[in-house]
Design a protein around this ligand. Structure first.
Ligand code: GLV
Ligand code: MN
Ligand code: MN
Length: 399
């Protein structure tokens, strides 16, 4: 089947020989190779390729008339990520087109397969950068300020990859009437329910916040413990406080990235920067949890003689997907009822939904429940059920 061939083609691209994880950062060589592969697959199917100036691409099956049905996902990964987060949706979309054609289906409206750029925010820090720009959720002016860890500006990174950046809305979404994204599930909900496929109800609000802790660099041996102003201690206490707050409310708080300056073993650091990823059930509880973590951090900074400032870098409000569409997807097919489940992971589908496009998501079971890690997985049989589910959905929406 075309799914398996495509999956094998993409398998080696950007995979680390040591961890088995993927490094497909936007506008880097591995991600560009995935993108070139996508263009070839579109060409092989006679899909008309349209790109915007943000790095997003859609391959159109030009058929029928009226508003189009868009599907697809993303090809970039987190650092040392899994194979499925993103590419499963793109590969499944192309395979669903093949299946529809095998069935002799003739769409009454255009169907597009999209590949959105920098969904993970792994390089420029802003999640769903491509879909945010194309919907106007992020302005070109704000995006132009973004820099990666090496200080490279977004526009320079795009130009270095051979793109001609024209940031902003563009016209790619102008005629899109509905969007469906298939994605590997990133938890164990479908495993627990014994279902190969599920439908999304909502995305929890979530955000990334930069915590800058500043103190005083000094000698690790000669400085008495009571004379220090050590920002690492303030950070450590804040990380523990964040974990406790999230446990208390049954929500999520993670410090997964940290930088220390000067990062020397025998020096008290002058600065620690750490990024909090927080996810809560409601916008209000996200605001409340962040405020409480910051309050506890400031409290500790006062005792350590350090300073703390907090800067939001990427915040996504709660998204409730189109409930009627979700219900139709879940029941209106031959395979029985699919569960309708919430997710704590962010997706381009959330951005398009927030922009007013009726949107749905299909999840494919992940037996490990692990994601953003090389251990992320999905059984081939479940992936094929996912392709069929997506094909059925597209048939219904574009029939
Ligand atoms: C994207 O996968 C995110 O939720 O961080
Ligand atoms: Mn994803
Ligand atoms: Mn992800």
């Amino acid at each position: 089947m075309s799914f398996e061939r495509m999956w094998q083609d993409l398998g080696p691209v950007g995979r680390s020989a040591s961890s088995g994880g993927y490094f497909r950062q936007p506008f880097g060589s591995a991600e560009r190779e995935c993108h070139a592969w996508f263009l070839e697959e579109c060409a092989a199917r006679g899909l008309e390729v349209e790109s915007d100036g943000n790095g997003n691409t859609v391959g159109w099956w030009r058929a029928g008339s009226g508003s189009s049905v868009l599907t697809g996902s993303h090809l970039d990964s987190v650092l040392d990520g899994g194979a499925y987060d993103g590419p499963l949706g793109v590969v499944s979309s192309l395979a669903a087109i093949d299946l529809l054609r095998d069935r002799g289906f003739v769409p009454s409206r255009p169907i597009g397969v999209g590949a959105f750029v920098e969904e993970e925010g792994s390089r420029f820090g802003l999640a769903c950068l491509g879909s945010r720009l194309m919907t106007g959720a992020t302005t070109p002016e704000a995006a132009q300020e973004l820099r990666d860890r090496d200080g490279v500006h977004l526009l320079d990174a795009m130009a270095a990859a051979g793109l001609d950046p024209q940031l902003g809305r563009g016209t790619l979404l102008d005629d899109v009437g509905v969007f469906v994204e298939l994605h590997v599930e990133q938890g164990r909900d479908l495993v627990d329910r014994g279902a190969a496929v599920g439908v999304a109800s909502e995305i929890w609000p979530h955000g990334r916040f930069r915590f800058d802790f500043t103190g005083e660099a000094n000698h690790a041996g000669t400085t008495r413990m009571e004379d220090r102003h050590d920002p690492m201690l303030t950070y450590a206490m804040t990380a523990l406080a964040a974990n406790k707050q999230a446990r208390l409310s049954g929500e999520r708080a993670t410090f997964g990235r940290i930088e220390a300056v000067p990062n020397g073993t025998n020096a008290v650091p002058s600065r620690v920067t750490a990024w909090l990823d927080a996810r809560c059930e409601t916008d209000e509880s996200l605001t409340r949890m962040l405020a409480e973590i910051e309050r506890l951090g400031q409290d500790r900074a006062g005792r350590d003689g350090t300073a703390l400032s907090v800067t939001p870098e990427s915040v996504s409000a709660a998204v409730g997907f189109d409930a009627d569409l979700a219900r139709r997807l879940a029941v209106d097919h031959a395979g029985g009822d699919w569960p309708i489940i919430a997710t704590q992971a962010g997706h381009d589908a959330g951005v398009l939904s927030a922009a007013g496009i009726p949107t749905a998501m299909l999840f494919v079971r992940n037996p490990t429940g692990v994601s953003h890690s090389p251990a992320e997985s999905a059984e081939i049989a479940d992936c094929l059920v996912g392709v069929e589910a997506l094909a059925d959905t597209l048939e219904r929406l574009a029939g």
